[in-house]
Design a protein around this ligand. Structure first.
Ligand code: NAI
Ligand code: 13P
Length: 335
């Protein structure tokens, strides 16, 4: 397959804007779709997306529009950079506009609440395309660091290995190094679950706990994530890779993570509404995915104790302190 040249990125939030910059820096012809016309105008005029990445100057070659039809026209690749719980609705609106053979790329890390589907499943269903046409990009990819051109690696996953390689070429830059993978289930489950574990780590920070607590949560979080993934058919090795352990460590350890920051606020005693207000509309996917992942785990008979308490803290009034005590007080077992 030839190297893609026309790429549309739909969603001009933190990651959509940053990934569009990566694609433009890699030499592609990139159009970024923003919901609000003034955001598109500011990107075209001042090369800034002030609401999300105020300190970053975007490449001259990156064009923005609020017209989705113009953005996707003739695109070889369409990147979906909207939150996971709105992706179905957003994509349904764009579906009639999509070029027939375009690779559809998910950047979202979540599991849909109403259906318990992964994002690639939602995309294949709504766009009515074979799963081989859908790809996922996931890894330790905090947008602000990548926008500042700090080196990172990532995973480009697609059941069609040739498409994965074409996309790998399209998003390789001197600061962004993608690896290919064909295990969509593992990559997506890892990406969704790490947000929930990051909420738990944030709560631990908010409660005043240190690195032993964080490392314990990361490691046991990886264990429960792997259990779920394997039950769904994932390759267990995926969880030791960039989209597994890599992203889990980055998100749980970094104050730049919205999920960890959200958890920290809850750990300090703020309510869900207060933490949501402080997020200024930026998405903390784990707050909703903790519920869908918990349901998915129950459906498959998988124990996910950290995810369970995160759900109950976020949605059932459990306090972070007693949640920690509950995890420590569980039945003793071998590792
Ligand atoms: N920010 C990051 O560092 C990374 C984010 N991700 C994932 O990428 C996805 C998008 O994240 P961000 O760009 O960071 O989110 P964001 O909150 O910064 O931006 C979301 C974008 O989606 C648009 N949007 C379209 N329809 C929407 C609707 N109905 N409701 C809300 N927003 C709507 C918003 O206008 C905005 O441009 C999430 O699933 C996130 O987990 C993945 C890797 C890195
Ligand atoms: O997915 C991310 C890093 O890989 C971003 O995490 P947050 O959504 O918690 O900021």
């Amino acid at each position: 397959m030839a190297r893609p040249e026309r790429i549309a990125v739909l969603g001009a939030g933190s990651w959509g804007t940053t990934f569009a910059k990566v694609l433009a820096d890699a030499g592609n012809d990139v159009v970024l779709w923003a919901r609000r016309a003034e955001v598109a105008e500011a990107i075209n005029g001042s090369r800034r997306n002030a609401g999300y990445l105020p300190d970053v100057r975007l490449p001259e070659s990156l064009r923005a529009t609020d017209d989705a039809a113009a953005a996707v026209h003739d695109a070889d690749v369409v990147v979906l950079a909207v939150p996971s719980q709105t992706l179905r609705e957003n994509l349904a609106g764009w579906q009639p506009l999509l070029p027939a053979d375009a690779t559809l790329v998910s950047l979202a890390k979540g599991v849909e609440l109403s259906t318990l589907k992964r994002m690639s499943e939602v995309i294949a269903e709504v766009a009515d395309v074979p799963m081989e046409q859908v790809a996922v990009v996931s890894g330790p990819n905090l947008a602000k660091e990548i926008a500042a051109e700090q080196p990172t690696a990532t995973v480009v996953a697609c059941a069609d290995h040739d498409r994965a390689i074409a996309l790998q070429h399209a998003c390789s830059t001197r600061y962004f190094r993608p690896y290919t993978n064909t295990d969509l289930i593992g990559i997506e489950i890892a990406g969704a679950c790490k947000n929930v574990i990051a909420l738990a780590c944030g709560m631990a920070v908010g409660l005043g706990f240190g690195h032993n607590t964080m490392s314990s949560l990361i490691t046991r979080g990886l264990a429960e994530t792997t259990r779920l993934g394997v039950a769904l058919g994932a390759d267990p090795m995926t969880f030791a890779g960039l989209a597994g352990l890599g992203d889990l460590v980055a998100t749980c350890m970094s104050p730049l993570s919205r999920n960890r920051t959200f958890g920290e606020r809850l750990g300090r005693g703020e309510t869900l509404a207060q933490a949501q207000e402080a997020a200024h509309g930026q998405v903390s996917e784990g707050v909703k995915s903790c519920s869908s992942i918990r349901q998915l785990a129950a459906r498959h008979g998988v124990e996910m104790p950290i995810t369970d308490v995160v759900h109950r803290v976020c949605h059932e009034g459990l306090q972070p302190g007693p949640a920690a005590a509950e995890l420590l007080g569980r039945e003793r077992k071998p590792e």
